[in-house]
Design a binder for this molecule. Structure first.
Ligand code: GLY
Ligand code: MN
Ligand code: MN
Length: 439
């Protein structure tokens, strides 16, 4: 870790401690206790699912593969990491604790999960224990006190400068892999082949990625979460939508790009129009801006593009009012991102709880908060040709709002999504994705 990063990490820990102090006080607890999580097994089977670390644990330490370990924080004391390094010849054992984080923690190595009990606080009833039920050891069963969780999750939306650096690093990896994926697409690879090229360039296996890669050629781009990955390329190849991220010490990036095979065609022009609109939306990631408004504004921008490309017959305003724009753009404009690709507390009204409602008619929006410095969000407008949703327009008597000949012309290309990760600041937004593509 560079000296600068080391100092950012120290500041990050100070922020986490301050947050924990307040959260514990609100909940009336003496200690924060966070299990890293335990392996899950398939039903009636001895095969484990990929291990996913408790996000409340990896917020403190850059350790994403350390099951059955614990973080303990008592206000006024150094945080403690109870670090499981089992005697095990079946699996790779976590190496001895090392890294910059070690100097900030009291670290105790244990050899069995039960040994943790010797190092956890005396009275579990005085502890806020954050985790899943199956992390229980002895009387230490996660209780997830709502007042504590609400406070920590609400504030996790505000990334520390250290976290922004980790997300910047994740973005650089993701962009490197996106470039390799585009090369594979241009070389005629299948969806599966492109996915492998992506993983190779990211140097991350599929289970290391923050979410399942969406690698879609042609009409598959219209399936929002398409994860099948055909082993053979279609004939002809027309278009490519890739929504793929990467992780760095537990932080995610979430990036989508869309390409036309023939860069001189009308689908490329539609992508270019979406790109211009998406950049304008990214510029709205400003202190005090209601993310719900950003989503609603996006509908109007996309409806204007639909009009410009002759896909709708009504005005953009009417297309938004009647729900025609939602048939082409049926998901939210984005979500918070950080330790989780869909970060928590998207609807939190305050750090004491409460829910900020979604705008009526927009059930898939994942973030309804007002933007403030430190918040990291995705901006991911889409425009798709989804038969099911277009048929529903006809059923609702809105068929005449659409130029079906134009829809037929674009349908074989599937759809478009362009997604960047953007950090709200005191001034201009910081677009981590564009920054990485520009490097
Ligand atoms: N990759 C999932 C999403 O964009 O939200
Ligand atoms: Mn996303
Ligand atoms: Mn995505």
């Amino acid at each position: 870790m560079s000296a600068n990063l080391a100092s950012l990490y120290a500041d990050h820990l100070d922020t986490l401690k301050r947050r924990a102090d307040e959260a514990l006080q609100r909940g009336g607890f003496d200690a924060l206790v966070v299990p890293s999580g335990r392996l899950h097994y398939q039903v009636f089977d001895d095969r484990d699912y990929p291990y996913a670390v408790n996000p409340q644990f990896k917020a403190w330490v850059p350790l994403v593969k350390l099951p059955d370990s614990w973080l303990v924080y008592v206000p006024g004391q150094r945080p403690k990491v109870i670090y499981l390094q089992p005697f095990d010849y079946w699996h790779v054992v976590p190496s001895a604790p090392s890294g910059d984080w070690v100097q900030h923690m009291d670290v105790v190595v244990i050899r069995t999960p039960e040994e943790a009990l010797q190092h956890l606080p005396k009275d579990p009833a005085r502890c806020a224990i954050l985790g899943e039920a199956q992390s229980t050891v002895g009387a230490f069963a996660p209780n997830n006190p709502p007042a504590v969780v609400a406070y920590l999750e609400y504030h996790r939306a505000f990334k520390t400068p250290y976290e922004v650096e980790m997300m910047r690093a994740a973005s650089r990896i993701g962009v490197r892999a996106h470039r390799a994926a585009e090369r594979a697409f241009r070389a005629g690879a299948s969806e599966f082949g492109i996915h492998l090229a992506y993983c190779q360039a990211a140097q991350q296996d599929a289970i290391d990625l923050p979410y399942n890669n969406i690698v879609a050629l042609n009409e598959h781009g219209a399936v929002l979460h398409y994860t099948d990955r055909d082993r053979l390329p279609p004939k002809p190849v027309r278009s490519f939508l890739i929504d793929a991220g990467a992780g760095h010490v537990g932080y995610a990036c979430d990036i989508t790009r869309t390409y036309s095979h023939d860069t001189g065609d009308e689908f490329q022009a539609l992508i270019d129009a979406m790109d211009v609109a998406q950049l304008r939306m990214c510029d709205q990631v400003r202190n005090g801006f209601d993310y719900r408004q950003l989503h609603l504004d996006a509908h109007l921008s996309i409806a204007r593009i639909l009009k410009d490309f002759g896909l709708i017959t009504v005005t953009p305003e009417v297309a938004v009012e009647t729900g025609v724009s939602s048939a082409f753009f049926p998901h939210g404009i984005g979500h918070g991102i950080g330790l989780q690709v869909h970060d928590v507390a998207g609807f939190a009204e305050s750090d004491r709880g409460g829910t900020l409602p979604k705008p009526e008619g927009h059930p898939y929006l994942r973030l309804t908060r007002t933007l403030a410095p430190g918040m990291a969000v995705t901006i991911e407008p889409g425009l798709y040709f989804i038969d099911m949703l277009l048929e529903q327009l006809k059923d609702r008597g809105l068929g005449p709002s659409v130029d079906w000949g134009r829809v037929d012309a674009f349908r074989p290309f599937g759809g478009i999504r362009i997604e960047d990760d953007v950090v709200c600041t005191d001034a201009a937004p910081l677009n981590l994705t564009r920054e990485a593509f520009a490097a």
